[in-house]
Design a protein. Structure first.
Length: 315
């Protein structure tokens, strides 16, 4: 039972993807690229929303330019997940109120409560349009690698749910402290209570990184994101984003996730969605990983390798 599994990548506009040959020469506009992407995959994650508030007009274009069964995951704007943000990325009304910070960046704590709520309302306008149209896969809040477990952060998850209403929410943590013995139960209990999905992650095992566990905590569905296993890139604090995520998965690395997706799909039923999203966005490596997973799950039988399709066949 894999009919409720959706597979995609975490940026269809990445510069290295545009140069990789994934898009034909005729796909030379944002609309034509999205249309080409949607001809192969049924879900994509909007990564640009982490860096700047998306416009309502763009949300409407995305809906109009894709099939009715195509869905969009949306990554939360950086200030809502305790990342610093360039002033140049803020809406003009807020940038003018912030003045000229010395380093050109602001953090969540630099904003007043009213400014944060106004900004959140701006962010949620296009998100709610996607949701109203039945096109919102999930709204993801991805927290920084150094964001360690503290009991007060559990209240923040409750607040996220309060201000987001009934949207399908997901939380990604990238620090192992959340899975320490006394913390794990409290963390997952709050997610279940608030109907927030835990976003499982595949990333390098460096001790401080999140474990490759996939607890299901939301009634609406679940999510796993694949960041690659570039240990050297993740160990280097000066590495660029490209250097960190430059990694190509092989079948042995993806097989356990495929098996777990099949198990979860069988337990959740066809009414819930399971999203497998590839964030190793360097060239077309995310695309190749997504295609490999589709083959393993038998979702792309015409092009899947026989060995991949047989992975889940009965003996």
């Amino acid at each position: 039972m894999t009919g409720n599994v959706r597979i995609g990548i975490c940026s269809w506009t990445d510069r290295t993807l545009l140069k990789s040959g994934f898009y034909p020469a005729s796909a030379n506009t944002p609309a034509s690229r999205l249309a080409h992407y949607a001809s192969e995959f049924d879900t994509v994650e909007v990564d640009s929303s982490f860096y700047a508030i998306p416009s309502v007009a763009n949300a409407c274009r995305w809906i109009a330019g894709t099939p009715k069964n195509f869905s969009f995951g949306v990554k939360s704007f950086s200030l809502f997940t305790f990342h610093r943000t360039s002033v140049s990325s803020l809406p003009s009304w807020l940038a003018s109120e912030m003045g000229n910070p010395r380093e050109g960046y602001v953090k969540r704590g630099n904003l007043t409560h009213d400014q944060r709520m106004h900004l959140f309302d701006d962010f949620m306008k296009p998100v709610r349009i996607l949701h109203s149209a039945g096109r919102l896969a999930y709204l993801l809040f991805q927290f920084p690698p150094g964001w360690r477990f503290r009991p007060e952060w559990l209240t923040y998850f409750r607040r996220i749910r309060e201000v987001s209403g009934p949207l399908p929410l997901a939380v990604e943590i990238r620090n192992s402290s959340w899975f320490e013995e006394e913390c794990r139960g409290k963390f997952l209990s709050v997610l279940m209570d608030q109907n927030i999905a835990y976003a499982a992650v595949d990333e390098p095992d460096l001790g401080w990184t999140a474990p490759r566990e996939w607890p299901v905590t939301a009634e609406w569905g679940t999510l796993a994101r694949f960041h690659g296993r570039n240990r050297e890139g993740w160990r280097n604090p000066r590495a660029s984003v490209r250097e960190r995520f430059d990694y190509e998965y092989d079948a042995l690395e993806l097989a356990p996730w495929a098996l777990e997706a099949v198990r979860i799909a069988g337990e959740m039923g066809d009414s819930k969605k399971i999203f497998l999203m590839y964030n190793n966005c360097v060239g077309d490596k995310a695309v190749r990983g997504a295609r490999m997973m589709r083959g393993m799950l038998g979702l792309d039988a015409p092009v899947a390798r026989a060995g991949q399709r047989l992975l889940f066949d009965s003996p």
